[in-house]
Design a protein around this ligand. Structure first.
Ligand code: DHB
Length: 509
């Protein structure tokens, strides 16, 4: 797929052998740490075939984006720039000044993630063949910056944890600051940065867009020696964001309470190209115990108060609320998104006659039975779905500290902890939730949002992406939310549409 310019590689290789100090891009300068100044000469040239298009680009890889990194394997990014922009040329409507900067992260499972590279599909759940988002973005004339980020399992030599919350979001912000700091040296428009991610990476993409320049993160950025620049971005693409974690347990039971069988997805086979991350070793399938059923009911009962507190409104201004039993206008609103998905599938020629929760009349979808949808989808996680009572979930590890591998992040689970787990500071939990920052002072939230969550994805409640999208829309941001029909947990499955959306919002300004 990727053809590397052998001469450059050879030259670089010989250079490194003959003059080890030329490794300067990877070695801190004595005293001042890593340089925050982008070096335009440290690249290799490459050519890739995308369809019948030959894409020439410069690859700047392994750029450490903070002066004082904690972990250079992850606090680095790869930058790919169409060669045309060094020749004064345009690609479509874009040139070196105007090209958007596509910022895909490869975070999955809140694990550490290395920067992405051009090649085959790598997002979890994507088809696994064909050019990945990075290559397709380059072919469209975007500049691509793929940041790595620390994650929940990172440890220093002394065993202390170095990637617990809020490390990953701090790293992504630092990468954005590096790009802005070097705006004059790096082609592309830093005022048109579009973040992309899937699942935990989708959550971080959304968080990055929500909390631009908020002072909460300043001490962390300062400690790393992040570049002195803004970190707000233009737009967010988020696939199935596993977000709003402190309310996700109640949201999950609002949706799945009453479904007492669960089926956890089998771990996917090891992949050459995709991120691999160990997910918790819950039993693959089973029935909820009486204790878990009681927990489910307790959690479900907490959800209406949360939704009602948000004061959300639909697109026509109608208040969205829930009754104590979980029914109400918010539930109808969620069902309407399922209905829109079914209608689109129908129009695309799919036969939905055997989908028992979709009601059709005269070739149109006229309604959906939400409870029947939930039964057909099936429960994946046991309650509490995220803040596990034995600290067994990925999210418990996300909220660990430098000394504790895992902590609780809701009072509900901490009070019921089976392992005497401690509670992460409220401030840290807050900092991982985009909901905390929408409409908050001293914050520049991204103007454009594209959120996708497949109708066949039971990793979090549909309420989670829908609440995020609605909160954004109510605050005046432009939101494109859709639940793709029959799509499970994954991302990057509709890149043509994603890039058409990016072109359109960039053209609109
Ligand atoms: C991911 C999936 C989960 O179910 C979860 O709880 C956290 C992260 C993921 O795929 O990134």
């Amino acid at each position: 797929m990727e053809k590397v310019d052998r001469r450059k590689v050879l030259k670089a290789g010989l250079g490194l052998m003959a003059f080890p100090p030329l490794l300067s891009a990877c070695v801190p300068r004595a005293g001042s740490g890593y340089s925050l100044d982008f070096d335009p000469e440290q690249y290799r040239s490459a050519t890739a075939q995308v369809g019948n298009q030959s894409v020439r680009y410069r690859a700047y890889e392994g750029i450490v984006y903070v002066q004082k990194p904690v972990d250079t394997r992850y606090q680095q990014m790869n930058l790919y720039i169409p060669e045309a922009y060094f020749e004064g040329k345009s690609i479509g409507n874009y040139d070196a000044q105007s090209a958007p900067i596509f910022l895909p992260n490869r975070v999955g499972g809140y694990m550490p993630a290395e920067p992405g590279q051009p090649g085959l599909q790598t997002a979890p759940g994507s088809s696994g063949s064909g050019p990945n988002a990075i290559l397709l973005a380059l072919a469209r004339g975007y500049v691509v910056a793929s940041p790595g980020a620390r994650g929940r399992t990172n440890q220093a030599g002394d065993g202390s944890y170095t990637g617990k919350a809020p490390a990953a979001i701090v790293d992504l912000k630092a990468a954005v600051r590096y790009l802005r700091h070097n705006a004059r040296r790096i082609p592309g428009n830093p005022e048109r940065i579009v973040s992309n991610g899937t699942s935990a990476g989708g959550a971080l993409s959304a968080l990055l867009g929500a909390c631009g320049n908020n002072p909460d993160f300043e001490p962390y950025l300062k400690a790393l020696g992040a570049a002195p620049a803004r970190d707000d971005i233009f737009a967010v693409s988020a696939y199935c964001p596993i977000t709003n974690l402190e309310h996700a347990d109640a949201a999950y039971e609002w949706q799945f309470s009453g479904v007492n069988e669960y089926q956890n997805q089998l771990p996917s086979p090891p992949s050459q190209t995709g991120p691999s991350f160990p997910m918790p070793h819950a039993p693959v399938s089973g029935s909820l115990s009486p204790e878990q059923i009681a927990l489910s009911q307790e959690l479900k009962a907490l959800f209406p108060a949360y939704v009602n507190r948000l004061g959300l409104r639909d697109a026509s201004g109608k208040p969205l609320s829930l009754n104590p039993d979980g029914t109400g206008s918010f539930q109808d609103y969620v069902a309407a998104f399922l209905q829109a998905s079914a209608q689109k599938a129908l129009e695309a020629g799919q036969d939905l006659s055997r989908v028992d929760w979709v009601k059709q009349q005269n070739g149109r979808v006229v309604g959906v039975d939400f409870d029947a949808y939930v039964r057909a989808l099936g429960r994946m996680k046991v309650p509490p779905a995220f803040d596990g009572l034995s600290l067994e979930n990925a999210e418990n590890e996300l909220f660990g500290s430098n000394r504790d591998n895992a902590r609780h992040f809701t009072r509900f689970s901490q009070e019921r902890s089976k392992v005497g787990g401690s509670l992460a500071p409220a401030e840290v939990v807050r900092m991982m939730n985009p909901m905390s920052y929408i409409g908050s002072p001293a914050t520049q939230t991204a103007r454009h949002w594209r959120i996708r969550h497949g109708t066949a994805d039971p990793h979090t409640s549909l309420a989670i992406p829908i609440i995020l999208a609605t909160r954004l829309q109510n605050a005046g941001y432009a939101v494109d939310l859709f639940l793709p029909w029959g799509v499970g947990h994954g991302g990057d499955y509709d890149l043509e549409e994603l890039f058409a959306w990016i072109d359109q919002i960039v053209a609109a300004g």
